[in-house]
Design a protein around this ligand. Sequence first.
Ligand code: F6R
Length: 359
Amino acid sequence: DKDGHKHFMAKEIAEQPVAVDKALKAYLSDSGEIQMPEGLDFSKIERLSLVACGTAYYACMVAKYWLETIARLPVEVDVASEFRYREPPVSPGTLALFVSQSGETADTLAALRYMVDKVDVIAGLVNVSESSIARESDVVLPIYAGPEISVASTKAFTCQLTVLLMLALKAAQDRGLPLPEGMPADLRALPGLIHQSLASEAQIAAASRDLAGARDIIFLGRGQLYPLALEGALKLKELSYIHAEGYASGELKHGPIALIDDSVPVIVMAPRDALFEKTISNMQEVMARGGRVVLVTDADGAREASDGTAEVITMPQVPDALAPILYAIPAQQIAYFTAIAKGTDVDQPRNLAKSVTVE
Ligand code: F6R
């Protein structure tokens, strides 16, 4: 049941502090050790291949960023429907990781089966533990999100990211590399930070009434926020049926900037991190062409860059590595409230199924 919420999606968005806390507690001991199932020894792994579909694929894109920067491991990320027919060559020392909320996605399962006997370890990162992907993996990493009913993935995404970040920290540990400052202790702040960011709801609901009138909407992000731009656009498309695209900020001038005029809202995801100024300069190029910018940033970012924007959504200040998890919340809320403003079916968008068990 919806627990007093209007939609399962609203309930599942609101559940994220608790869901993420559960995922954290499953892998982070009281003494601050990351504990993962046996069979995941990264001192013997030389590269990773991550495969998934849709939102789970975007979680993998963020994980690539973490595994490369934190654990210095080369990572390839593929959408399962492409991977399975490409018959990619596999090098020894590969860990293949399949990410799926349902654990039943046909393309992801087919990609897993292709990798059997070709890689050192097959790992499945799933929400449903009694699923085909879980059964056919050597190592299972449950995300503990609890049942996700709404077709659009929300709490499964943030729980996937949380477990993937811990996986990157574990990989760094196994490889004798120092963890980023404050890690893993800072992970414990995550549920509270998510709870805090849920409070932007009213502000996002107001901004979404304007977004609902747009024909096209663009999301921009850079570095680990680039996959969040893709996720924001996917969620908006599937729920509100508005055409939306996510781009890496730096790609803007290689084509998409031609789309910008005063009818196109542009949502910029930019915490005040090392890449902030680069993203903001792309944002200014958008504003110079009349684009209506909604800037999602933290208090420092808002102080520095809110001039000329149509709207600023202020997020809590976070340690760098946690930003993609936190910025998932406004991405979800923008899609949710824009769909409400348009009157579309939030929990059961047209043409979509929760679990895609045919290709
Ligand atoms: C988007 C969404 C889909 C799924 C995709 C993979 O909101 O829900 O894009 O993420 O179909 O599903 P799983 O994770 O079950 O393999």
